[in-house]
Design a binder for this molecule. Structure first.
Ligand SMILES: C[S@@+](CC[C@H](N)C(=O)[O-])C[C@H]1O[C@@H](n2cnc3c(N)ncnc32)[C@H](O)[C@@H]1O
Length: 253
């Protein structure tokens, strides 16, 4: 798969001589259209081709990520979610998960961190739930590049727009997510809905789905209306400030 980039701007040296400006970063840079004043440049980046990722070393940032008093050296890049910090909703999700894993006897052999960002949730799952395998998924190649450094030896790293590039036979005991609910400034539940709709096909019998979101996001309604989750299993865990909710749902067996 080739991701394409189009750059439009003034017909000056750096746009019209693309190999000078963007060839180090992308493949096949070329001028598609040019007028006296403006130019359109097209380039692509093969997602299988990691040869250009050496450039990311220049932007790599290492921070000290504190997870409940546990200090971790953490790799991140400009623009990634939470910028090397522990997001407040992710933190609530992790505390619910640690309670769940202590009290519940369900099998946790294989888990998926859906919309993993730089990999905080997968990192904690891998450390706390011994003898389990963890996979990570994100649509952002840079996020996944950071996650590979933060969570080594995961079962799979899926570079995927939602479920699109996850094999049909990939099944999990637990799918855990802090999904995006905004696109730019507007609210956008499309990734959340896509996660819920596609999850049952990727869950083992008695598999569980964990989603954290702001309390006004109708996750419970979406889970109930899906029909594949057992109604009795759908439970909300509200944080002490009443702002965030972790929703848990078990797929019908
Ligand atoms: C709210 S962040 C959560 C990151 C991380 N799980 C955490 O808790 O720190 C949401 C992540 O979803 C990813 N994302 C957005 N749209 C996506 C899509 N269509 N498919 C997969 N991942 C997506 C973003 O790249 C971002 O890393």
């Amino acid at each position: 798969m080739n991701a394409k980039i189009f750059i439009y701007g003034r017909n000056r040296r750096y746009l019209t001589v693309p190999h000078v400006a963007i060839s180090p970063l992308f493949d096949n840079a070329r001028v598609v259209r040019r007028s006296e004043l403006f130019a359109l440049v097209e380039a692509s980046l093969s997602v299988e081709n990691d040869s250009k990722t050496w450039l990311t070393k220049d932007w790599k940032q290492i921070s000290d990520l504190d997870i409940n008093g546990d200090s971790n050296s953490w790799t991140t890049y400009p623009g990634l979610f939470a910028a090397g910090q522990l997001d407040i909703m992710t933190s609530w999700l992790l505390s619910v998960l640690s309670r769940e894993f202590f009290v519940s006897s369900f099998s946790k052999d294989s888990m998926l961190d859906f919309c993993c960002g730089s990999g905080v949730i997968a990192h904690v799952l891998k450390r706390k739930v011994v003898s389990s395998s963890v996979s990570l998924l994100d649509a952002d190649k840079l996020a996944l590049h950071a996650a590979k450094q933060n969570v080594k030896n995961a079962e799979n790293y899926y570079l995927s727009d939602g479920w699109r590039d996850v094999p049909d036979d990939a099944k999990f005991d637990a799918i855990v997510s802090n999904p995006p609910v905004h696109r730019y400034e507007s609210s956008d539940l499309s990734v959340l809905k896509h996660l819920i709709d596609g999850a049952p096909a990727h869950m083992k019998p008695n598999g569980r789905l964990y989603i954290v979101a702001q309390e006004m996001i109708p996750v419970g309604v979406l889970l109930e209306s899906n029909g594949s989750f057992s109604k009795d299993s759908i439970r909300p865990f509200v944080d002490p400030t009443n702002r965030f909710v972790v929703w848990v749902a078990c797929v019908r067996s």
